[in-house]
Design a protein around this ligand. Sequence first.
Ligand SMILES: [Cu+2]
Length: 130
Amino acid sequence: MQDQGDPLRIRLSRTPASKNPEALKAIVDKHPKVEMDQINCEFVPHVVAMVSEQKIVFKSSDPTPHNVNVTAFKNQPFNQNVPPNTELEKSLEPENRQITVACNIHPWMKGYLMVFRSPVLRRDRKRRLF
Ligand SMILES: [Cu+2]
């Protein structure tokens, strides 16, 4: 029987980035930017995981205007328009919880960012957390 208990939860690794700088550099060299697009009035992908050394690029592939309203705890919140076929590039600091992304023009649009200090994730065996 498949476990249908707790939904997927993410726990931040306590492994400092400095313990595996080669892995961090390899990821950032290969993917210096990550994208969150707005397609058919949805954030795509719905959830973006990144390390703070990467840039996040908000795009709008829709013919209609959108905005990006980012609510964060440590990072400075911002709310900027993203007209059709434009991009908005940002740097973000690591956060210990998800960062919410919303479009105020289309209130149903929600997305989430996870900004990690380290690219290393590990499984918590006791609670089967990832
Ligand atoms: Cu929108």
